[in-house]
Write a protein that binds this ligand. Structure first.
Ligand SMILES: O=c1ccn([C@H]2C[C@H](O)[C@@H](COP(=O)(O)OP(=O)(O)OP(=O)(O)O)O2)c(=O)[nH]1
Ligand SMILES: [Mg+2]
Length: 149
């Protein structure tokens, strides 16, 4: 299933390819780093990386900014706030908060694929405040209450 998403390339990203699905049924569009020059992310450091893109998601959808498993597994580089949330009414530049949890400096090259954007349906809740919640078997049990094996 597809949904149309209006996208705008910002001046510092006009020469970069649009984000793309890398396989037929991929869930995420790879986001490219629209950095002017290579940025070195030292171990333990974070950086807000521009993508050179702004978008208008339709109402009822969100964008989830997620890490790429390859960067995480090979370099320890991930998205700090994963999944980042792009609201349907956001018109600013989509940015990626990367953090280097690895042991080596990581260089972010212009145009490199740093994260992926998953477009997902989302509901807004209509909150209904009550005095008493319905009873369930679980009740207040959580945080491992059912054991591990
Ligand atoms: O990884 C992210 C997360 C957010 N955003 C943009 C789109 C989103 O709609 C907006 C606000 O994000 P969020 O609600 O997560 O941040 P906040 O700290 O609550 O800021 P605000 O007060 O602007 O909502 O920032 C990104 O570009 N990348
Ligand atoms: Mg917010």
């Amino acid at each position: 299933m597809t949904v149309k998403v209006e996208l705008k390339r910002l001046p510092h990203g006009v020469d970069l390819p649009l984000p793309a699905y890398q396989s037929e049924l991929a869930a995420g569009l790879d986001l490219l780093a629209a950095v002017e020059t290579p940025q070195v992310l030292d171990p333990g450091k974070r950086a807000i990386i521009p993508t050179g893109l702004a978008m208008a998601l339709p109402a009822g959808f969100e964008g989830q900014v997620r890490p790429r498993s390859g960067l995480a597994a090979k370099n320890g580089v991930t998205v700090l706030n994963t999944p980042g949330t792009v609201d349907a009414d956001y018109r600013g530049e989509v940015k990626v908060i990367l953090i280097n949890l690895g042991e080596e400096p990581f260089t972010i090259e212009r145009g490199s694929r740093i994260a992926q954007l998953v477009i997902a349906p989302v509901l807004q809740a209509e909150l209904v405040e009550v005095e008493t919640l319905s009873e369930t078997q679980r009740g207040a049990g959580g945080f491992g209450s059912t054991g591990t094996s």
